[in-house]
Write a protein that binds this ligand. Structure first.
Ligand SMILES: [Zn+2]
Length: 374
């Protein structure tokens, strides 16, 4: 049973184009939800509410609504995606929600640091074990409680907090085959700033990364080893043909306005089917792609790489984000796209131009891959 929240509120951030031509927005913020009709109590649905809900019940069936409102653990929101009450979800998993009524921020504490995450109300941006991640839908406040979308629990929280199994093949002499994809090439230079070409830097990074991974018993294949043009769509095909277990596409970012003070690293995983990407208010498509078979592993791979990059480089953490990039859509294996920094930021571009910095970036990606395969 799905209703939709009016997402328009709070979308006043400037649009920033990213490397691959998508328009990126800052984290969308949904102002506090107006109650579209009366209260829905934890104990159940009042008679007046029932009258108002009758048309919807006729259309959609009453089972979900009664099951959800009666249990107290979860309920169907009158608008927006289906959500579950965060405190109940956390306590069912031996975690504790810390939130003072009407405070803007909350935190959920697990045993040790494993389950810890925090965020702001009306925001999609949360911090999990010290890494910024973007949910598909904001944490919402309603009836003085916090609500999280069930889609985000399934596609972000559960894979990251309670991962099932290993991320890639483990046994044997090699950990896994990694397909490293240096973005752009040939007639497609990618971003160009301060005398730097993205296509050259992605290749340098890939060639730095390859021996590091091989020393760590990964098998490595590159989609290109020279300044050669490849369609984005062909890259996952090459990964499949090479028998890869993991695909990592390397890129460097830019904004059109120099001096915009936009810098830092971000890692993209494919948007789950039917969810909005990080730059969208509502999903532009409900289509799923073959890359969505790896949703859980995709987000875990993105998380581990982003964690490694932020820790090692000390760069600004722009987070684990979602896009339907061509290189990710039909990926036959867990796949991510790394944006290693902004060439349009003078200070960051100077760092990226240094081989020592690219070596640290490669070490960070290796560490993230090692954490991913367990
Ligand atoms: Zn790029």
């Amino acid at each position: 049973m799905m209703f939709y929240i009016p997402w328009e509120a709070g979308w006043d951030s400037p649009a920033l184009p990213t490397t691959s031509g998508y328009t990126e927005f800052q984290a969308p913020s949904l102002r506090r939800l107006e109650k579209p009709w009366g209260r829905i109590h934890r104990e159940g649905v009042t008679r007046r509410e029932l009258c108002r809900l009758l048309p919807a019940l006729c259309l959609w069936g009453a089972r979900d609504l009664f099951a959800a409102s009666g249990s107290g653990a979860g309920k169907v929101f009158p608008t927006g995606p289906e959500r579950i009450e965060l405190g109940s979800w956390a306590s069912a998993r031996s975690m504790r929600l810390n939130w003072q009524r009407s405070a803007e921020r909350f935190e959920v504490l697990g045993q040790g640091t494993r389950g810890n995450f925090s965020g702001e109300i009306d925001s999609r941006k949360i911090t999990i074990r010290g890494v910024v991640c973007y949910l598909s839908y904001p944490i919402a406040l309603m009836d003085e409680r916090l609500w999280i979308a069930t889609g985000d629990l399934a596609k972000v929280m559960m894979p990251l907090l309670f991962p099932a199994g290993r991320g890639a093949r483990g046994p044997g002499s090699s950990l896994a085959t990694v397909c490293v994809d240096p973005g752009h090439g040939g007639k497609d230079p990618g971003n160009r700033h301060f005398g730097l070409l993205e296509k050259e830097l992605t290749l340098k990074l890939a060639l730095t990364l390859k021996p590091l991974l091989e020393k760590s018993r990964f098998r490595v294949v590159l989609t290109r080893k020279s300044d050669r043009y490849l369609e984005p769509e062909i890259r996952p095909v090459l990964a499949r043909k090479a028998g890869a277990d993991i695909l990592v596409s390397l890129h460097f970012n830019a904004v059109p306005r120099i001096g915009a003070e936009v810098r830092g690293v971000e890692t993209y995983a494919l948007t789950p089917a039917g969810h909005p990407s990080t730059n969208e208010r509502v999903a532009s498509t409900r289509t799923g792609y073959s890359g969505n078979r790896h949703d859980a592993a995709n987000v875990r791979l993105a998380f581990e790489l982003q964690r490694g990059l932020v820790r090692t480089l000390g760069a600004e953490d722009r987070g684990v984000k979602r896009q339907r990039f061509a290189v990710l859509r039909e990926a036959p294996v867990p796949a991510v796209l790394v944006e290693g920094g902004f060439l349009s930021d003078y200070r960051e571009s100077r760092l990226i131009s240094q081989p020592a910095y690219l070596l640290r970036m490669a070490e960070a990606i290796r560490d993230g891959l090692l954490a991913f395969v367990g």
